[in-house]
Ligand binder design. Structure first.
Ligand code: SF4
Length: 394
């Protein structure tokens, strides 16, 4: 993002954000795999033309998916844009596309592999594009948690509900234990369904979406929720606390949405009188409680589409999307600013840049299948079960 662009949105670049954007500057989120080929230089003036030519050569054999939070330089080559679940379904609806190039993060590519046909191969242009939230719940940690619930005598009453933003292993765990997947659009319906099946919910991995849905949408109290911390013995909870709780929230969060604070809301209301605060439910509970509107990225886009000319909006979600929406609606007289004063990208999503996309497309055009994301059959079967339960939600 250029200085002019950040000024447009009334935000300040921070050294931390810029550090995170540097390739290999955030080794803790690396999946330990380097791209095996020669990446084109980011300064190659022909990158756009090279991507266009490779895509044209592949024709209907390739289908490029672009998540809402991707950079503009990548989004321009997407055949469709959307959230992770919509994109996975779009890919499944294009069986003629042998290669699905997913410009998103690792768990999204896994979901696409689960939902697409056997003949379709999913490619993630940079294997280091993980999701810090999904990484906060590993299969081993969740299996250990289930043992703790069993010891406390509550496992039989618990239905797991896992957010789409989780690894294939966690989705498979959920399917195996009678649970469902949810998105930020249908979390309420998923929880209603889960409480018809059992008395308690284990919500993975985003504590904020779980808490916000239970308290804001379903009228539970904050005391009905406990937080299971996988880094503490027994999750940091006593058996009595587990027995009393309705919502057992996994201690995970999104590092992007977790940055917004009550101060961000107070500050923007002071700076822009009459502003509407619209935030994603992955934000902290106090931010959601102070906002005027709360909803998924699709809800955010639809709300801004329907907003009257002259209205003012502060948006609490990823900056690439907010910047695109600000540009898109400026001509309609809608003023859209980023909720926080500092830059807030999804640093792992930003690893998918034009050089990686060019490299992936050119490799495929030359007949080399690179960076394939493939979920093993057993994991896929149980994960699919959990996803099918979501699709069957009333
Ligand atoms: S925005 Fe948050 S939840 Fe989404 S991919 Fe990035 S870290 Fe994960």
């Amino acid at each position: 993002m250029t200085t002019a662009q950040t000024r447009e949105l009334d935000v300040q670049p921070t050294p931390l954000a810029l550090l995170l954007l540097g390739r290999e500057a955030d080794p803790r989120s690396e999946r330990g795999v380097e791209c095996p080929g020669d990446l084109p230089s980011p300064s190659d003036p022909d990158l756009v033309e090279r991507a266009r030519a490779a895509k044209e050569k592949l024709g209907d054999k390739v289908f490029v998916l672009g998540h809402h939070y991707q950079r503009d330089e990548v989004i321009q080559f997407a055949d469709v844009t959307g959230d992770s679940f919509k994109l996975a379904r779009d890919a499944a609806a294009r069986p003629q596309a042998e290669y699905i190039v997913f410009c998103g993060v690792h768990f999204m590519a896994e979901s696409a592999d689960i939902l697409t046909g056997d003949g379709q191969k999913v490619v993630l242009p940079d294997l280091a594009a993980g999701c810090s939230m999904a990484d906060m719940a590993t299969a081993e940690q969740v299996a250990e948690c289930w043992d703790v619930l069993t010891e406390a005598g509550v496992a039989e009453q618990v239905v797991p509900v896992s957010y789409m933003n989780s690894s294939a292993d966690i989705k498979a765990f959920t399917g195996k234990h009678g649970g469902t997947i949810c998105t930020s659009s249908n979390a309420r319906r998923a929880l209603d369904w889960a409480f018809e099946q059992g008395e308690k919910v284990l919500f993975l991995p985003d504590q904020h979406l779980g808490r916000n849905t239970a308290v804001r949408d379903m009228g539970m109290s904050l005391e009905d929720c406990v937080v299971y911390n996988p880094h503490k013995p027994n999750g940091g909870l006593t058996a009595d606390e587990l027995r009393a709780a309705k919502m057992i929230l996994w201690r995970g969060h999104c590092s992007v949405h977790g940055r917004f604070s009550l101060d961000s809301v107070d500050d923007v209301r002071e700076r822009i009188p009459g502003v509407n605060v619209l935030v994603h439910p992955e934000c902290r509970h106090e931010v959601v409680a102070a906002a005027d509107y709360v909803g998924s990225t699709e809800y955010i886009i639809k709300t801004l589409e329907a907003a009257p000319a002259g209205s003012k909006w502060a948006i609490g979600t990823e900056l690439n999307l907010v910047r695109r929406l600000a540009n898109r609606f400026a001509s309609e007289g809608k003023e859209i600013v980023f909720l926080d004063k500092t830059v807030c990208f999804c640093s792992t999503m930003n690893r998918i840049d034009l050089p990686h996309l060019v490299w992936a497309l050119e490799s495929l055009a030359e007949g080399n299948l690179v960076n394939r994301i493939e979920v093993d059959k057993e994991t896929e079967a149980f994960a699919k079960l959990a996803l099918e339960r979501m699709l069957a939600l009333p």
